[in-house]
Design a protein around this ligand. Structure first.
Ligand SMILES: [Zn+2]
Ligand SMILES: [Zn+2]
Ligand SMILES: [Zn+2]
Length: 233
C-alpha cells in the first residue's frame, strides 16, 4: 500500500509535468505566432501576398466590366429613337427601341462566355493563394458578409478607391450599392438543402453606364472582348 507521502509525491510529479507541458505549449504558440509575424515582414513573402490579392481583384474587376457592359446595353435597348439624352430610359415604353443600340444574341453570348471563363480562372486562382497574415485577412474579409445585403467586407474597403477614380461612390446615385447581378446557389443547412439567391456587388469599371453618362465619354475596357463596343454611349 502506498504511503501518504508516496501519493503526495506522485500527485506533485503529475502536477509539475502538466505545468511543464502547459509552459512548453505556451512557448511553442509564442514561437509560431512570432515566426508568422516575422515571415510576413520578409519582402518576398509579403510581396507575393500583395501580388496575389491584386491579381485576384483584377480578375474580379474584369468579370464585373463584362456584366456592366451587358447591363448598360440592355438598359439602352429601352431608349427610343427620339431620345437624344442618353439618360432618357423609357420605362414601359411602347415605342420601338433604336436598332443599333441592341446587344445582339451573339454579342451577349461572347460576353457571357468570357465571363464564365474568367470565373473559372478566379476559382483556379483561389487554389494558388500564398499563405500569410495578409492573405488570411483577405480570406476572412471575403467571407465577412453584411447581413441583409450580402456585401463583402472588400466592397466596403473598395468604396474610397472607387470615389477617388471618379466612380459612382463619389456621387449620390447609389449604383455601387445595388447588386450587378444575382446567381442561385445551393446551400446545405441542418442536413437540408435549399436554394438561395446570392447578389454580386462591385465598383465602377470603364463599362459603368452611369459613369459614362456622367463623363460624356466612353473608353471601352480593353481587358474584355469588343462585343457591343461600337454601340458606344
Ligand atoms: Zn452611378
Ligand atoms: Zn459608375
Ligand atoms: Zn463604387
Amino acid at each position: 500500500m502506498p504511503t501518504t507521502l508516496t501519493r503526495l509525491k506522485a500527485t506533485l510529479t503529475a502536477f509539475l509535468a502538466n505545468e511543464r507541458f502547459k509552459q512548453l505549449r505556451r512557448k511553442a504558440h509564442r514561437l509560431s505566432t512570432k515566426d508568422t509575424h516575422w515571415s510576413d515582414l520578409e519582402y518576398p513573402c509579403i510581396t507575393a501576398q500583395h501580388e496575389w490579392i491584386s491579381e485576384h481583384l483584377e480578375l474580379e474587376s474584369r468579370g464585373l466590366a463584362i456584366l456592366q457592359r451587358i447591363s448598360r446595353l440592355e438598359s439602352k435597348s429601352t431608349t427610343t429613337a427620339s431620345d437624344n439624352d442618353v439618360n432618357a430610359t423609357v420605362q414601359g415604353s411602347k415605342k420601338e427601341p433604336r436598332e443599333d443600340t441592341r446587344l445582339t444574341v451573339p454579342e451577349k453570348a461572347t460576353l457571357l462566355n468570357t465571363f464564365i471563363k474568367i470565373q473559372q480562372v478566379i476559382k483556379a486562382h483561389l487554389a494558388t493563394i500564398p499563405p500569410g497574415n495578409t492573405t488570411a485577412a483577405f480570406e476572412i474579409d471575403s467571407k465577412n458578409l453584411e447581413p441583409g445585403t450580402g456585401r463583402r467586407a472588400q466592397w466596403f474597403h473598395g468604396r474610397r478607391l472607387c470615389a477617388e477614380r471618379g466612380g459612382c461612390c463619389a456621387r449620390g446615385c447609389g449604383c455601387c450599392e445595388r447588386p450587378v447581378t444575382k446567381y442561385i446557389e445551393h446551400l446545405l443547412e441542418d442536413g437540408k438543402g435549399r436554394w438561395t439567391t446570392v447578389p454580386l456587388y462591385g465598383h465602377c469599371t470603364a463599362e459603368c453606364g452611369c459613369c459614362i453618362r456622367e463623363r460624356g465619354v466612353y473608353e471601352p475596357d480593353k481587358r474584355i472582348p469588343d462585343a457591343g463596343v461600337v454601340k458606344g454611349i
